[in-house]
Design a protein around this ligand. Structure first.
Ligand code: RFL
Ligand code: PHB
Length: 397
């Protein structure tokens, strides 16, 4: 058994763990990243696509934004489409900010590249088995190449996603969960076809929600609301394109060209919050602590925002020997998390069809969408949340 000693032991190489490791390195704080999957696997896992302006700024200012600046697609608005008609929400005009469409796996590639470029420790196919003694001398036991090892550290950062081991390691009496399940899921595809619109289109339709997004000028990313227990084999490529065409149709004859689908998956929808997010010297970040339904495009952005807050606290601790900022970790993160939860829940509620909805509910959906797209006050509220609310503290750099 090999033992490693470091300042911060990080479990998970998703956006939260990688961003934390990167920010800490820039501040001269040592860490070790453990990731159960291979580098190839985490670099190709298809997930989020929308970066808030604050996330973009954080990547750029911390020196990992070059490829994003070249390849990311900057969008100044989105379309909400319902009743056969599209309505643009103009972010630039309403709040003077924009979003960037750049795949999460590209952010992950850039952060792994930086980590390895700096010669800092990151172990793939290294599965954390157990975290312990987080009130005293924290330890992470992990398995790598058929042997067990241990990381001894000052702090543990649980960045191991919703199904990780860190959150379950907390005794039940020290933690509270808030949860909401939704009675539907998203069927998502990637296809080799140029996006049918240069901005995202969120569609509300009697048959359910649909979303047009993209990854590059040649690759479209599309989603359909489906049953929560839907089987992907029931959805042939033809059926997916046909359903997307029905839900996205406009009176003006919107054309959705199809193309070869090269990735398909079903995503459950859930809202989930853990309180607190700190347990002695164990901190939870990102999906390990909170999940939002993807309709508000907030999950990855909240994950990197947690990394920013924890970095601040750790800098304060190591440079000034003050634990005051660390003690405010939960409060600072949860303030943003609950605002993100509210927005994601609201976007999900107005854009999806719920089971047993009657004509009254349908008319309320249409009225809400009509109001959001025609009232400057309401569309400004959507815009300021979508592009990302300001951080409550200034940047680190
Ligand atoms: P991740 O990305 O799940 O990373 C956790 C990492 O921990 C590893 N791990 C372990 N490693 C070692 N030992 C163990 N015992 C381990 N257990 C787990 C895992 O292998 C993994 O590599 O969590 P993180 O870093 O908190 O990041 C969260 C984001 O991934 C997530 O919130 C977003 O993808 C959510 N999301 C979206 N977020 C946005 O901001 N904008 C979007 O447009 C957006 N769209 C989406 C989304 C998520 C989706 N799916 C598939 C859930 C669209 C979809 C369809
Ligand atoms: C995506 O491009 O994957 C995406 C975009 C917007 C969302 C969710 C996912 O709300």
């Amino acid at each position: 058994m090999a033992n490693i000693r470091t300042q911060v032991g990080i479990v998970g190489a998703g956006p939260a763990g990688l961003m934390l490791a990167h920010l800490l390195h820039l501040q001269g704080i040592e860490s070790v990243v453990l990731e159960s999957h291979s580098r190839e696997y985490v670099e190709s896992r298809v997930r989020a696509g929308v970066l808030e302006q604050g996330t973009v700024d954080m990547l750029r200012e911390s020196g990992v934004g070059a490829r994003m600046e070249r390849e990311g697609l900057q969008h100044e608005g989105v379309e909400l489409r319902f009743g056969g008609k599209g309505h643009r929400i103009d972010f630039q005009h309403l709040v003077g900010k924009s979003i960037t469409v750049y795949g999460q796996q590209e952010v992950v590639k850039d952060l792994i590249g930086a980590r390895i470029g700096y010669g800092q420790p990151i172990f793939f196919e290294a599965e954390a088995l157990h975290v312990s003694e987080f009130d005293a001398q924290p330890r992470i036991r992990y398995a790598c190449q058929d042997a067990e090892h241990e990381v001894a550290c000052d702090f543990i950062a649980g960045c191991d996603g919703f199904h990780g081991i860190c959150r379950p390691a907390v005794p039940a009496e020290r933690v509270r969960f808030y949860e909401r399940q939704y009675p539907f899921a998203w069927l998502g595809i990637l296809a080799h076809v140029p996006p049918a619109s240069h901005e995202l289109i969120y569609n509300y339709h009697e048959r359910g929600f649909a979303l047009l997004s993209m990854r590059t000028p040649e690759i479209s990313r599309l989603y359909l609301q489906c049953e929560p227990d839907e089987q992907i084999q029931n959805w042939s490529d033809e059926r997916i394109w046909q359903e997307l065409r029905i839900r996205m149709a406009t009176h003006e004859g919107f054309v959705l060209k199809d193309g070869p689908i090269f990735q398909k998956g079903i995503t459950p929808m859930r809202s989930f919050v853990t309180e607190p997010m700190q347990f002695g010297k164990l901190f939870l970040l990102g999906d390990a602590a909170h999940i939002v339904p993807p309709t508000g495009a907030k999950g990855m952005n909240l994950a990197v925002a947690d990394a920013r807050v924890l970095t601040r606290g750790l800098v304060e601790y190591y440079k000034r020997r003050s634990a005051g900022d660390l003690a405010r970790y939960t409060e600072r993160c949860l303030k943003r998390v609950w605002l993100g939860q509210r927005f994601s829940w609201w976007m999900t509620s107005i854009l999806h069809r719920f089971p047993h909805e009657d004509d009254f509910s349908h008319q309320i959906h249409l009225a809400e969408l009509d109001y959001v797209t025609h009232s400057r006050a309401a569309s400004t509220s959507l815009a300021e949340n979508y592009v990302g609310l300001p951080f409550d503290t200034p940047g680190l750099f």
